[in-house]
Ligand binder design. Structure first.
Ligand SMILES: [Zn+2]
Length: 371
């Protein structure tokens, strides 16, 4: 099996106040999915905690100290980000799962990995905990990959919220391409199409802001037209995925309408790029996802997509190369969706939200990518 899971029962030991959406029950769902995977013959490994040096590639030393000092205590770091006595250790283990999974894939022990963790990470900034996040797991994983000598690492974030912490971690860095699709305007407020990076990193941040109510077809449109071709042109040596499932249609925090299978299709598109660019190397790390059934189904779909052999996808994504004219674009969208089994639904669906996103994103990113 191409994919290995990384998780730990310790992720149940980060506690949040009653009624908080980022609750222990989320991890019980992840554990159940991991148990199914193990039963079906898959490998599930225990991660190690991230070291302070590994955290410090992304976070300030004083900030790491501040989180360390919450050990043994329950504190509120902002209006919705709370520590419990074990939070520091559990958050280090979540960041460590990203590091361990990256090491696993780069060592050639497996082509793909999926870290099932909490707390999530993509809102955590260099010196700030926010949005349920303490350490930026995916950013720490990307920085670790860079530290081993990789020159180009891509991060795709399909959580319903903008991954502000990840964006700012690499905003001036051309070696890390950050692509985020998210509900906009929405928490945390960043992620407009005009945020494209700065300095040497200009062009290496791509935001795909989508209006509330976006569907599978809207997401697939913006991935096929922007995210996937840009990823392919970047030619990454490793792709990381911030795998948040709160764009699921019944999620209590998100306003989107994605089916669970859409997360699998988005992941399959990413895997197809990895197969062509970097020997299939993809590491997914969980982020949000607050509807328990939706979390379970979306996670299963994502793991299945990561576990698919290259042959299963045939020439997936091959049609996306080059610079097609408009009819060809329609054709390529159709073939991508035929391949994923949703041709009729997606081609005939209302994609007005996705089109609106393209209308603002294409002018913003076309100076840097051939789209
Ligand atoms: Zn989220």
């Amino acid at each position: 099996m191409p994919v290995t899971l990384f998780t730990s029962s310790r992720y149940s030991d980060h506690l949040t106040p009653p009624g908080h959406p980022e609750r222990v029950e989320r991890f019980e769902v992840m554990q159940a999915v991991a148990a199914e995977f193990r039963t079906s013959g898959g490998t599930v490994l225990e991660p190690r905690p991230a070291s302070r040096d590994e955290l410090a590639r992304i976070h300030g030393v004083d900030y790491i100290g501040l989180i360390a000092e919450t050990a043994g205590r329950a504190t509120a770091l902002d209006a919705d980000t709370f520590t419990s006595p074990d939070t520091f250790d559990v958050a280090r283990l979540a960041a460590g799962a990203a590091v361990t999974a990256v090491e696993h894939v780069l060592a050639g022990e497996g082509r793909r990995a999926c870290a099932l963790v909490r707390p999530p990470g993509h809102h955590a900034e260099a010196d700030r905990a926010m949005g349920f996040c303490f350490f930026n797991n995916v950013a720490i994983g990307a920085a670790h990959a860079r530290s081993t000598g990789l020159q180009r690492v891509a991060i795709v974030d399909y959580d319903v919220h903008h991954g502000n912490g990840t964006q700012w971690s690499f905003y001036t860095d051309p070696s890390v391409l950050f692509v985020s699709s998210h509900q906009f305007p929405y928490y945390p407020g960043t992620g407009s199409a005009s945020e494209v990076g700065s300095g040497a990193g200009t062009g290496f941040t791509i935001n795909l802001p989508l209006a509330a109510g976006a569907t599978d077809a809207d997401y697939e449109l913006v991935y096929v037209r922007v995210a996937i071709p840009a990823l392919r042109q970047f030619n990454p040596e490793l792709i990381l995925v911030s795998a948040g499932f709160d764009a699921y249609l019944d999620d209590p925090l998100g306003g989107m309408r994605l089916t669970a299978s859409c997360f699998g299709r988005l992941t399959s598109m990413i895997v197809a790029v990895a197969d062509d660019c970097c020997a299939g190397r993809v590491v997914a790390i969980t982020e949000g996802g607050y509807h328990l059934q939706g979390l379970a189904e979306s996670l299963r779909e994502t793991i299945d997509a990561l576990d698919a052999e290259s042959d299963d996808r045939a020439d997936a994504g091959a049609a996306l190369k080059g610079r097609p004219d408009e009819p060809a674009r329609r054709h390529e969208l159709a073939s991508e969706q035929e391949r994923t089994g949703h041709a009729d639904a997606a081609v005939n669906a209302d994609t007005s939200r996705g089109q609106a996103t393209l209308n603002v994103v294409l002018p913003a990113v076309s100076p840097y990518w051939t789209l």
